[in-house]
Design a protein around this ligand. Structure first.
Ligand code: 4GO
Length: 252
């Protein structure tokens, strides 16, 4: 899967994503991450990319020309790599904005199935609406708060999406069993030593009894979700109503 980030701060995005698991996934070729500097496309002789908003108001806006020309060039490069000149506009462009649909694990799963994704990161007070209308396919937010730029949310989403791409996590199972995969928070986990600060690892985990361990983990996940995220718990219980107790027929 190929991630393309349109930004005024390419070093920021690349610096944050070239480390750890995502960096290794890139080295191994499971994903690629490219940052494109919008400023490289400005036709302004002073390399300016922003201007005052019509109608007044605080701050500056990113202008249509550099954003559009940057996208046009990038989209063309992707189309040529795919050997498909007719796919203009097919590549999803995500504008990272507090006005978008709120990102979650379900959205991450959906987006992880794309071959290419373009993230458009705004700065200042945002981007001239007209170019957004022409190039953006998805408006997505990482939560109800305002940041100074779209770079951090783009990095958050890329991390969440990339780890779902096959091969990125070494253990194929771990993306399925973790928090949010099934709508529940994850059960608590323990490693060595067996006792620490007088706290002992729960006996069931040392028992080797896999059915009991699974049962304990599900109970813990349910309990944790109910107390910490009652909203998720309600949704889970609605989708998985608890089975009524089995009515055991007495045999004569
Ligand atoms: C995205 C972008 C917050 C989010 C942003 C978010 N703030 N909650 N700021 O995902 C355009 C200029 C938006 C700064 C950007």
């Amino acid at each position: 899967m190929h991630f393309h980030i349109m930004t005024l701060f390419p070093e920021m995005v690349l610096g944050g994503l070239h480390t750890s698991i995502i960096g290794r996934a890139e080295e191994k070729g499971y994903i690629s991450i490219e940052a494109v500097n919008i400023r490289d496309y400005t036709l302004d002789k002073h390399k300016k990319v922003d201007d005052y908003p019509y109608g007044g108001g605080a701050g500056m806006l990113m202008q249509v020309q550099p954003v559009y020309d940057c996208w046009k060039a990038l989209n063309g490069r992707i189309a040529r790599r795919r050997d498909d000149e007719n796919n203009n506009g097919n590549i999803r462009v995500i504008y990272v904005t507090p006005q978008g649909e709120v990102f979650n694990q379900k959205k991450a799963v959906e987006l992880s199935k794309e071959e290419d994704l373009i993230f458009l990161c705004g700065h200042y007070e945002g981007i001239d609406e007209r170019v957004l209308e022409e190039i953006v396919t998805d408006y997505i937010s990482i939560g109800d708060y305002v940041l100074t730029g779209g770079e951090l949310p783009a990095m958050v989403m890329i991390d969440a999406i990339a780890r779902l791409v096959p091969g990125v996590l070494n253990n194929g199972e771990s993306a399925q069993t973790e928090s949010h995969a099934d709508g529940l928070l994850e059960y608590p986990q323990y490693s060595r030593p067996e006792v620490w600060h007088d706290k002992k690892v729960p006996d069931v985990l040392l028992s080797g009894h896999h059915a009991n361990i699974e049962k304990w983990r599900l109970e813990q996940a349910l309990d944790r979700t109910r107390t910490r995220r009652p909203d998720l718990y309600e949704a889970y219980i609605t989708a998985h109503p608890p089975k009524p107790p089995q009515n055991k027929k007495k045999r004569n």
